[in-house]
Ligand binder design. Structure first.
Ligand code: PLP
Length: 384
């Protein structure tokens, strides 16, 4: 199998598995228990908090462990709304992940007003439009750092600065950015940032929310007072330990890995452009994650391509995994102004540290052949 769908989820790093296993076996204490067996688990959670904070360059006290990126996104927005209940307006973009979009839509049904920022044909947002959208009653601005479908990077530093200058709370969904690009929260006026373990070689079901120490926070999950009273629920110790270790591995290898993964992506992309006619890259070519390639392939249907590539051992994605299965074209490509046929003929390939040049070269034999097969089938269908 050739796995080119690392924006959907990543392989658990074997080194991460090794450090988490003891916490599923002999070290099963509850971090809240007062005896030393419990305290050992609490110490492991504290170490993980330091490791995640080091990756983001923030203070460990600013990290809250959660169960998924979706929970982190929901917690940030709900906190801002609870802290300042008179503010009934939110700003976000049309290309966010459904963890934000569905929440904003639900809030709109409850009477909140949402400003949905547009993107241009390269998937880029407009900072002036952001500035104009912010009002006195804006409770929170939420913008993703990196788009999960195209990899396009929003100008988060500038967006955060605009929000700071207007006194508006700023959240960034950095689920696709953390571990793939350098992030330095020590010099950014960001209030909330979401990340998720399974996008950086930790297991599924563990994530974190960064809450700036000067930002007031109201918990989303009320319960036993864990996470310094900011998120109820017994800590998922093994997975938290895993996320900490994954963050440490990402920190240690980031510069080298960015270069290596980008070289693989570029080799793949150039190979596709050379081997297949009428292919276009969706999304800004430079302001983009180093691991993502979203390609519009004229004359193919991405659902058909997924099935054919699955038979031939290549995993990639059409649109985002969370909405796959629906026949709706990707909301991201639609927001970029592309016609339905272009959106329906687009595939996302996303790479990781575990991919190799040999896999790229093999895929460059398999995929162009599959494109030709589908194109000749539809030519035959049209001729019949
Ligand atoms: N935000 C973005 C940009 C994502 O890509 C994802 C997952 O695909 C999420 C949020 C949700 O994260 P999780 O799957 O951990 O809930």
């Amino acid at each position: 199998m050739i796995y080119f769908d690392n924006n959907a989820t990543t392989q658990l790093d074997p080194q991460v598995l090794r450090v988490m296993l003891p916490f599923l076996q002999e070290q099963y204490g509850n971090p809240s228990s007062a005896y030393s067996f419990g305290r050992a688990a609490a110490t492991a959670v504290a170490t993980a908090r330091e490791q995640v904070a080091a990756l983001l360059r923030c203070d460990p006290s600013e990290i809250i462990f959660t169960s998924c990126g979706t929970e982190s996104d929901n917690s940030a927005i709900q906190s801002a709304l609870l802290i300042d209940p008179d503010r009934k307006h939110l700003v976000t973009s049309k290309v966010e992940h459904s963890a934000i979009i569905k929440q904003a839509e639900a809030l709109a049904r409850r009477g909140y007003e949402i400003t949905w920022l547009d993107v241009d044909s390269s998937g880029m947002m407009n900072l002036e439009a952001l500035e104009e959208a912010i009002r006195e009653d804006t409770a929170i601005v939420s913008l993703m750092w990196a788009n999960n479908e195209t990899g396009v990077l929003f100008p988060i530093e500038e967006a955060a600065e605009i929000c700071r200058s207007k006194g508006t709370i700023f959240h960034t969904d950095a689920v696709q950015a953390v571990g793939k690009i350098g992030i330095d929260l020590s010099r950014l006026p960001i209030n909330f940032l979401s990340l998720s373990g399974h996008k950086l070689h930790a297991p599924k079901g563990v994530a974190a929310l960064y809450v700036n120490r000067r930002t007031r926070f109201s918990p989303y999950l009320l319960g036993g007072g864990q996470e310094n009273k900011r998120r109820g629920g017994t800590e998922n110790t093994a997975s938290i330990v895993a996320l900490g270790h994954a963050a440490e591995l990402a920190s240690a290898a980031l510069d080298e890995e960015i270069g290596r993964v980008k070289a693989l992506r570029d080799r793949f992309e150039q190979g596709m452009l050379d081997a297949v006619s009428s292919v276009q890259i969706n999304g800004d070519r430079t302001r983009r994650l180093p691991n993502t390639s979203n390609l519009a392939i004229e004359g193919v249907d991405s659902e058909g391509m997924l099935l054919l590539l699955d038979q031939r051992g290549v995993c990639c994605s059409a649109g985002s995994a969370c909405t796959a299965g629906s026949l709706e074209p990707s909301h991201v490509l639609k927001a970029m102004g592309f016609p339905t046929e272009r959106a329906r003929g687009s595939l996302r390939f996303s790479f990781s540290r575990f991919n190799t040049e040999a896999e790229v070269d093999l895929a460059l034999q398999i995929i162009p052949n599959a494109v030709e097969k589908l194109r000749s089938m539809s030519r035959g269908f049209l001729a019949a």
